[in-house]
Design a protein around this ligand. Structure first.
Ligand code: IMP
Length: 194
């Protein structure tokens, strides 16, 4: 019988990306597939704890092996922020990607240290054991928005040695080198026993 695994998300893009990497060996289920429509709490102070919190929530209530992810943008000049607050950087009660990007550019006005990294943590609960996987891409915050592809902070994040922002590089190139791709690759290698 195929192994069933829940990904604690309803993001169709993330699901199809990971389904393609896992192939036929594992049946990947979304939250909707297990009839979970809860607002899963994400109240921890680190990416790892947030990912674990989401994975544990599903495992405890639904009994499935499962994994969850959490991503943050960590900017040196901001002491590693916005980090765990990346999605709600501009407004604590909602995710406004345009306002988030504008706030970031404003905070870094005239700052010379623009080093930053995107980091994704994935927490997996498998046969009762917890595992963590991390993916990082280092780079810089641009001085203005550039490019039209992608989402979120893509127009202002420039991965090292590219000279372009994620939004200029395009989705295909981005998805080969991104924080999420790197974390997902480690997860898939573990699940497929490679
Ligand atoms: P999540 O944990 O995947 O929901 O990501 C949290 C927040 O980080 C999102 O709301 C986005 O603002 C930002 N983010 C995550 N991944 C990316 C990316 O690949 N490009 C740009 N922004 C991202």
């Amino acid at each position: 019988m195929k192994k069933k695994l829940v990904f604690a998300t309803n993001n169709a893009h993330k699901l199809s990306e990971i389904r393609a990497m896992l192939g036929e060996k594992i049946e990947l289920l979304s939250l909707a597939d297990i009839d979970c429509h809860d607002e899963i709490p994400e109240t921890a102070e680190t990416l790892e704890e947030n990912a674990l919190q989401k994975a544990r929530y599903i495992h405890e209530r639904y009994g499935f092996d499962c994994f969850a992810d959490d991503t943050g943008l960590e900017v040196e000049e901001l002491g590693g922020g916005p980090g765990v607050h990346t999605a709600r950087y501009a407004y604590p009660d909602r995710c406004d990607p345009v306002a988030n990007t504008q706030r970031l550019l404003r905070e870094l006005t005239k700052k010379s240290n623009r080093r930053a990294q995107f980091r994704t943590a994935i927490a997996l609960i498998e046969n009762g054991e917890e595992h963590l996987f991390e993916g990082v891409v280092r780079g810089y915050i641009a001085t203005e928005e550039r490019g039209t592809d992608g989402f979120g902070y893509d127009p202002v994040f420039s991965p090292e040695e590219t000279g372009l922002t994620f939004a200029e590089l395009g989705v295909e190139t981005k998805n080969k080198i991104s924080h999420r791709a790197r974390a997902v690759e480690k997860l898939c290698r573990h699940l497929l026993g490679e």
